[in-house]
Each structure stands twice: as structure tokens, then as C-alpha cells.
Design a protein around this ligand. Structure first.
Ligand SMILES: NC(=O)c1ccc[n+]([C@@H]2O[C@H](COP(=O)([O-])OP(=O)(O)OC[C@H]3O[C@@H](n4cnc5c(N)ncnc54)[C@H](O)[C@@H]3O)[C@@H](O)[C@H]2O)c1
Length: 339
């Protein structure tokens, strides 16, 4: 079987997930090298995946010189993505990059230019929710006309209170709650509505952890969007869900609506006891989107081996970033922002 030999750059929270999927769960992929600026993560890769020392790179550009690699998966800090995309494509490697595409629009345009220069190579951005079976099913239903014309997407994403200390520590450098949390929701609104956002109004609030405001951030934000085709979007992001990781999306159409994960349940078990009937909630993003991370990487591998491009494009990355910046500007200024 032909295999795509992939080098994974970045072995933090998500890099470990992608590396394990490539190494163990995708038959036509091979984890051929890793790169990290953290020595302990290279040790982890050596022990966990049995990679030889010559396949552990501390320098990304050195990894790109490895002739044994067909592709790279970029799972590094967001500010590194765009130059790493450009360098990998120019070195002749297929590229999977985690979202966000970049942390500013100029960077995104550099990545777009590199993708345009290399139509012979596959590029994929990690908007994995599009590969989650429930979201993909919703999209199929919408495209089949089962809810008529979709005119509103309500997107909720609230991180668990159990992880709030990490969010506080990261608040000053995250780019703000909207850029940090909402890019998937923004991409989904565009995808489901088949239109681009033209206008946004946004507000933030902090009731529980004043540390967020001290860092120039907020623990909750909401935004309302108007789209080019007249449709509407409503976004709610937050950091303090007491019950777990709450990601919920509703698409409302002229003939019906679809709700995805209205109760973000952990599994199908219900506990009947003195507290009543309890369904536990999913606890974190890796748990909720476990299968989607695998499915998106399988699609990347198949695209690269078959000479195809995936449905998620580099332009999707730029457009979501543009909308994310406009939303942040609206939140900071308290004014309606034209996009
Ligand atoms: N799709 C999703 O749902 C999702 C979820 C979480 C994170 N992400 C994205 O994935 C990326 C990584 O997130 P994370 O939570 O794993 O971060 P993390 O901080 O845990 O890990 C980042 C990794 O990047 C490495 N790194 C940084 N600069 C590097 C460089 N120049 N060369 C090589 N390695 C470098 C670090 O050593 C570390 O291994 C981020 O861009 C984040 O936005 C996406």
C-alpha cells in the first residue's frame, strides 16, 4: 500500500493527537518524523512512536530538508503557521495546517500565495468540525433542502470551568476570546449559510473571573452577524461552563431547523439515582472531536495520495480570520463593524 510519509511539527496538546492518529490509526499514512522546540516533546516522540534520533528535529527548516517526507502536519503555535506553510510548500511537501490559518491577515495572504504557487500539492486547513459526523450530516440535510432556506446560525462554544485556570494564564497572549475560540463557529456559519458575513456587533462580559478583564480579555462574548444573502448569525463563546465542554450549533431555516449537540452528552449512559436522571457532559475538545481529528487527517492523506484538494480551502482560513478580527474590533469598540 502506498503510504504518505508525514512529519508532524508541534507536539503539544493537539500535536500529540495528530501524531498518534497518523502513527496508529491511518493505514495509508506513516509518522516519519517530528519537530518541536521543546526537547521533552522530542523524547516523548522517541519513546512513544519509536522514531530514530535522526527523525527528531529541533529545527523546522531542517525537517523540511528530509527527503523521506512527503508531507507535514503543522500543529505549532498559531503565529508560526503561515511561514511554516509557505516553507513546506516551497520545499515540495503537502501541507496540513491546524487552524487558525494565521494571526493576521497579511500572514494569511502569504500562505494563500504559496498555496496558489503550488497547485500540484495538497493543502488542508484543520477545520475539523466540518468532518465531525454530526456537522457533516447537518450540511447534507441542508444541501438536500430539508430545512428550506437556512437564515440563522446560532453557535455556542463554552470551555469547561474545570480548565479556566489555563485560559486565564493564556488570556493576555491569546488574541482575545473571539479570535481564540470563535474561528470554528465563524467557519461553520459561512459553510452552512453559503454566504459571507458583512457586518458584526459584539459585546463581552466578565462575572466570575476578573483576571480576564485584568488581562484585557473577557470571560464571555456574544456577537451578531449579518450575511451578504440577508441571513443572520449569533455567536456565544465563554470560559465557564460548569457542566463540561459545551459546543452547540443550531441552524434555522424556512422549513425547519437542525440542532447539533443541544445536550453535549458524554455518551449514551444515563445515571438514575437520588439526584434524578443524569447525563454527563463531554469534558474537553479532544474528547468531543476525537473522531473528527482522525477523519480530517484521513481526508488529507487521501487527497495527497490521490492528487486532490479537500473542500476546506486556504481562502476559508483567511475569510474566517478576517471575520474574527472584525468581531474583535466590534467587541473592543462597541460599534457595528462592516466587514
Ligand atoms: N482544531 C482544533 O480544534 C484545535 C484545538 C486546539 C488547538 N488548535 C490549534 O493547534 C495549534 C497547537 O495548539 P496546542 O494546543 O497543541 O498548543 P501547544 O502550546 O500545546 O503546542 C504547541 C507546540 O508547538 C511547538 N512549536 C512552537 N513553535 C515551534 C516552531 N517554530 N517549530 C517547531 N515547533 C514549534 C511547541 O514546541 C509545542 O509542541 C494552535 O495553532 C491551536 O490554535 C486547534
Amino acid at each position: 500500500m502506498e503510504k504518505l510519509r508525514i512529519g508532524v511539527a508541534g507536539l503539544g496538546r493537539l500535536g500529540k493527537v495528530h501524531a498518534a492518529n497518523i502513527a496508529y490509526k491511518i493505514p495509508n499514512a506513516e509518522l516519519a518524523a517530528v519537530c518541536s522546540i521543546v526537547p521533552a516533546e522530542l523524547d516523548y516522540a522517541k519513546e512513544t512512536f519509536g522514531l530514530g534520533s535522526e527523525k527528531l528535529y529541533a529545527d523546522y527548516r531542517d525537517m523540511l530538508k528530509d527527503p523521506d517526507l512527503d508531507a507535514v502536519a503543522i500543529v505549532t503555535t498559531s503565529s508560526e503557521h503561515c511561514w511554516q506553510i509557505e516553507a513546506a510548500l516551497d520545499a515540495g511537501k503537502h501541507v496540513f495546517s491546524e487552524k487558525p490559518l494565521g494571526v493576521d491577515v497579511d500572514q494569511c495572504l502569504l500562505a494563500e500565495a504559496a498555496v496558489a504557487r503550488h497547485p500540484e500539492l495538497t493543502f488542508m486547513l484543520g477545520f475539523m468540525r466540518r468532518y465531525d459526523k454530526s456537522y457533516a450530516y447537518a450540511k447534507e440535510k441542508i444541501d438536500a433542502g430539508e430545512i428550506g432556506t437556512p437564515y440563522l446560525v446560532k453557535a455556542t462554544g463554552i470551555d469547561p470551568e474545570a480548565l479556566v485556570e489555563g485560559a486565564i494564564a493564556y488570556a493576555a497572549t491569546s488574541g482575545g476570546i473571539i479570535l481564540d475560540m470563535a474561528v470554528h463557529d465563524i467557519d461553520l456559519m459561512r459553510w452552512f449559510l453559503g454566504s459571507e458575513a458583512t457586518e458584526v456587533y459584539a459585546l463581552g462580559a466578565t462575572f466570575k473571573h476578573p483576571e480576564f478583564q485584568a488581562a484585557g480579555d473577557d470571560e464571555t462574548a456574544v456577537a451578531v452577524y449579518k450575511f451578504e444573502n440577508g441571513a443572520l448569525g449569533f455567536l456565544h463563546v465563554g470560559r465557564t461552563a460548569p457542566h463540561g465542554y459545551h459546543v452547540e450549533t443550531e441552524i434555522v431555516g424556512t422549513e425547519g431547523s437542525i440542532r447539533i449537540s443541544a445536550v453535549p452528552q458524554k455518551n449514551l449512559a444515563q445515571v438514575f439515582n437520588k439526584n434524578g436522571v443524569c447525563t454527563e457532559a463531554v469534558g474537553s475538545f479532544p474528547e468531543r472531536f476525537d473522531e473528527a481529528y482522525l477523519l480530517e487527517m484521513e481526508e488529507f492523506v487521501n487527497c495527497a495520495l490521490e492528487g486532490r484538494q479537500p473542500d476546506v480551502t486556504v481562502e476559508d482560513g483567511t475569510k474566517s480570520t478576517v471575520v474574527g478580527f472584525a468581531t474583535t474590533q466590534a467587541w473592543k469598540s462597541g460599534e457595528v463593524v462592516k466587514i
